[in-house]
Ligand binder design. Structure first.
Ligand SMILES: *Cc1c(COP(=O)(O)O)cnc(C)c1O
Length: 219
C-alpha cells in the first residue's frame, strides 16, 4: 500500500523550490518510504521526536527543525540539525551558536517573521529582523549562519489575504537581500498555501499532510 503521496506533490513544485517533507507525528516507516522514493529532506517540529527519528533513519537525511524552539533543548539536536526555521529571538541564536560551537559546526538558521494576523503565530517584526541582521553581535556568533527568512500565513479561506502576507515577506526579503546577500532562503508555504507562496517568491516549502496524509493530532 502506498501511503506516501510524494511524487504527486513533487510534480507540482518547480525545480528551484526545495521541498521539506514535514513528517511530524508520522512513524519512521513513513519517512523510510519517502526516503526510498528519493526524498532526503524532512522537517519536524519537536526536538525530541526529531532526535529519535534521526537515530533510527539513514544518516544522509537533512533534518530541518520547523517548530517553535525551546532553548534548553537545542543541545539535543546541535550535532546533526541542518536548518532551523523558526528562530524568533536573538537569545535563541546565542544558544544555537553555543551548542554548535561544542560540535565545531556552523548551524544554518532562518529568522521567523510574523506575517500572520493571528496571536498564536510566533515571529519577529520586520524591524526586529533588520536590527538583528545589522547588529555587530550577530557577526560575533561564528557558529550560526542566518541563511534566510521564514513565515507562515494566517489560517484563512481568503486567498487574497494569504497572497498579501506572503508578498509582504517577499518584499522585505528582497530588500534585505540587497545588503545581506547571504540570505538565500525564503521558507514559505505549507500544504494549503504553497502554490500561493511559490507565486510570491518562496524557494522552500514545508509540506506535511499533502504528502503523508492528515495527522491524528493537531501538532
Ligand atoms: C506542520 C507544519 C507544516 C506542514 O503543515 P501541513 O499543513 O501538514 O503541510 C509546515 N510548517 C510548519 C511550521 C508546521 O508546523
Amino acid at each position: 500500500m502506498i501511503k506516501v503521496n510524494l511524487t504527486e506533490v513533487q510534480k507540482t513544485i518547480p525545480s528551484h523550490v526545495k521541498l521539506v517533507a514535514v513528517s511530524k507525528t508520522k512513524p519512521v516507516s513513513d519517512i523510510q518510504e519517502a526516503y526510498d522514493a528519493g526524498q532526503k529532506v524532512f522537517g519536524e517540529n519537536k526536538i525530541q521526536e526529531m532526535v529519535s527519528k534521526y537515530d533510527a533513519l539513514p544518516k544522509d537525511i537533512e533534518w530541518h527543525m520547523i517548530g517553535h524552539l525551546q532553548r534548553n533543548k537545542v543541545k539535543h539536536m546541535a550535532h546533526f540539525v541542518s536548518l532551523i526555521h523558526g528562530v524568533d529571538s536573538f537569545k535563541t541564536l546565542i544558544e544555537i551558536n553555543k551548542q554548535a560551537e561544542k560540535h565545531s559546526r556552523v548551524i544554518n538558521c532562518l529568522l521567523q517573521a510574523k506575517i500572520a494576523n493571528e496571536d498564536s503565530k510566533f515571529g519577529l517584526s520586520f524591524t526586529e529582523i533588520e536590527a538583528i541582521l545589522n547588529s555587530n553581535e550577530l557577526k560575533s556568533l561564528k557558529n550560526v549562519h542566518v541563511s534566510g527568512l521564514m513565515g507562515m500565513s494566517t489560517f484563512t479561506d481568503s486567498k487574497l489575504q494569504i497572497l498579501n502576507e506572503f508578498e509582504s515577506l517577499q518584499c522585505f526579503y528582497l530588500k534585505m537581500h540587497k545588503t545581506h546577500p547571504n540570505l538565500k532562503i525564503l521558507s514559505m508555504g505549507m500544504s494549503g498555501d504553497y502554490q500561493l507562496a511559490i507565486e510570491k517568491g518562496s524557494n522552500m516549502v514545508r509540506i506535511g499532510s499533502s504528502i503523508f496524509g492528515v495527522r491524528n493530532y493537531n501538532a
